[in-house]
Design a protein around this ligand. Structure first.
Ligand code: AMP
Length: 215
């Protein structure tokens, strides 16, 4: 299956994408993760992306499209893929169509995970991440061990620089202006499937899976 997960920051795309990609045996492609890895390794791509990310803005389309084109052309994507955090603008969606046309492929569905804005701000300011294995925590609903270490690998837990309340609000504004138009874009193409993201992880997963069974 060739899928896109769409939704505001904090909708739970990353968490759902990890499970879906295991269940469907397709690679999980997160542009946010790719940029964070590039920043951590200090590569030229990371240096380019860091300023935009820290400010809660989007990395320019040409840079983002370039890394996605390269990733989708790898052999593990021939049986399908799950895109998380891409596309985020209409030009990115148009570029994706071209990339897929070049590969003689097309999308099966776009899942829109929908969550009210106040829930998102609360979720993201409480989100913590393990710096070693990437496990995602929430201070209220899924707290790390009392010593502040990761329950899975014992690594240090931290808050993403872009999860501070001010940057979260900026990211939501960017989402409304630049990414939300994609909902209409994919609706017109008959690809959009809506899922409520305002419940626990398991419920959202089950609903998403049910929706995909009908694709
Ligand atoms: P995410 O983890 O998906 O919330 O992405 C974190 C940050 O990476 C975003 O706030 C952007 O700065 C950058 N980023 C991720 N995906 C994209 C994209 N498709 N286009 C532009 N910037 C992106």
């Amino acid at each position: 299956m060739r899928l896109i997960l769409l939704g505001p920051p904090g909708a739970g795309k990353g968490t759902q994408a990890e499970r879906l990609s295991k269940e469907l045996r397709i690679p999980h492609i997160s542009t946010g993760d790719m940029f964070r890895e590039a920043v951590a390794s200090g590569s030229p791509l990371g240096l380019q992306a860091k300023g935009f990310m820290d400010a809660g803005q989007l990395v320019p389309d040409d840079v983002t499209v370039g890394i996605v084109r390269e990733r989708l052309s790898r052999s593990d994507c021939r049986k399908g893929f799950l895109l998380d955090g891409f596309p985020r603008t209409v030009p990115q969606a148009e570029a994706l169509e071209e990339i897929l046309a070049d590969l003689s492929e097309s999308l099966d569905a776009v899942i829109s995970i929908e969550v009210p804005e106040d829930v998102i701000v609360r979720r993201l300011s409480q989100r913590r991440v393990c710096g070693d294995c990437g496990t995602i925590y929430h201070l209220e609903t899924k707290p790390p061990a009392p010593n502040g270490k990761c329950n899975v690998c014992g690594g240090d837990i931290f808050q993403r620089a872009d999860d501070s309340e001010e940057t979260v609000r900026k990211r939501l504004e960017v989402y409304r202006l630049q990414t939300e138009p994609l909902i209409r874009y994919y609706e017109k193409k008959g690809l959009l499937r809506r899922v409520s993201g305002d419940s626990d992880i398991e419920t959202v997963f089950e609903e998403t899976f049910r929706v995909l069974e009908r694709v």
